[in-house]
Design a protein around this ligand. Structure first.
Ligand code: ATP
Length: 292
């Protein structure tokens, strides 16, 4: 399920994004250091990694915005370094710092962006989708931070992209706006859009991504479904409870059996019973720690 390509494997012609041996240097510094990755059509793929890991560099090479020093890249079947106009029109891009301080209204901006595409989404439909209908007539520069981010997404999807790049899309969102944004992303997936997301929010990756890739020091450390990253699904569970006034802890590979034993020992509820597996954050921090 979470198979990832090995160095030297051929490009995958069916993938939305196929990357082999990608290298990017800035002077003496190697920012991306031999990256192999396939992103399937229709999936949401989250790229995780610490600041400076090489996420934005990788994504911008896939978008055709940066040149690479070595390796092969195919995005929707074309090499981004020489991507055609028709190819570019099939991409949607939501950058880290977006539209911002325009004097134009929200609807004017979305309408203007739509005019670049042969078959755009209806501007009002897009505003509805991102929850900005009530702000359609407001100048973009008067929007709140979270509303601007939604406008960025609106601008990214109005061209009906096959593949959408989202670079840290929910930075600065309040919790409710993040939840709304997540449901927007899920509805785009239901419409068949492939998405490559970078994020520092592990709960966001867990909530949205079909697969996550962890990148550190310009290398891909692991690719997996969120529930299996770093051996999470088979890691021992930690059972905690209170007994004789003290907090007790037991790490076990068979938590169900262990809890059954505990239940037999106590007349009613086992006090303060909890069963926990390592969180995505636990395994992620361990991974990038290992890499360093
Ligand atoms: N134009 C550039 N010139 C020189 N170095 C650069 C340039 N762009 C990026 N770098 C360096 O390459 C490395 C990778 O940067 P990149 O922006 O890809 O990281 P990132 O994983 O997206 O980080 P963040 O999570 O902070 O956005 C960093 O060390 C960065 O300083």
């Amino acid at each position: 399920m979470a198979a990832r390509p090995r160095p030297g494997d051929p490009l995958d012609p069916d993938a939305a994004i196929s990357v082999r041996g990608l290298v990017k240097r800035y002077g003496d510094f190697t920012a991306v250091d031999g990256l192999d990755l396939d992103i399937r059509r229709g999936e949401i793929f989250a790229l995780l990694g610490p600041n400076g890991a090489g996420k934005t560099t990788t994504v911008e090479i896939c978008e055709g915005y940066r040149a690479r020093d070595a390796g092969e890249v195919r995005v929707l079947g074309e090499d981004p370094a020489v991507g055609s106009r028709a190819w570019k029109a099939r991409l949607g891009i939501v950058l880290q710092s977006g539209s911002g301080d325009s004097q134009l209204t929200v609807r004017e901006l979305v309408g203007a962006q739509a005019s670049y595409y042969a078959d755009p989404r209806d501007a009002d439909e897009v505003l509805e989708l991102v929850g900005l209908t009530e702000k359609a007539g407001v100048r973009a520069k008067l929007l709140s931070g979270g509303q601007r981010r939604r406008l960025d997404v609106a601008l990214g999807i109005v061209g009906r992209p096959t593949l959408l790049f989202l670079d840290e899309p929910t930075t600065g969102f309040d919790p409710e706006a993040r939840r709304q944004f997540w449901s927007l992303i899920r509805s785009l997936r239901d419409l068949g859009t492939t998405m490559l997301l970078t994020t520092h929010y592990l709960d966001e990756a867990e909530a949205l991504a079909d697969r996550v890739g962890v990148i550190a020091g310009g290398r891909l450390v692991e690719v997996a479904v969120p529930s299996a990253l770093g051996g999470r699904e088979t890691a021992p569970a930690v059972v905690t409870w209170t007994e004789d006034g003290a907090r007790r802890t037991e790490a076990t590979a068979t938590p169900t059996a262990f809890v059954a034993e505990l239940a037999a020992r106590f007349p009613g509820e086992v006090p303060d019973l909890a069963v926990a597996r390592p969180t995505l954050e636990d395994v992620y921090l361990r991974m990038i720690g290992d890499d360093r």
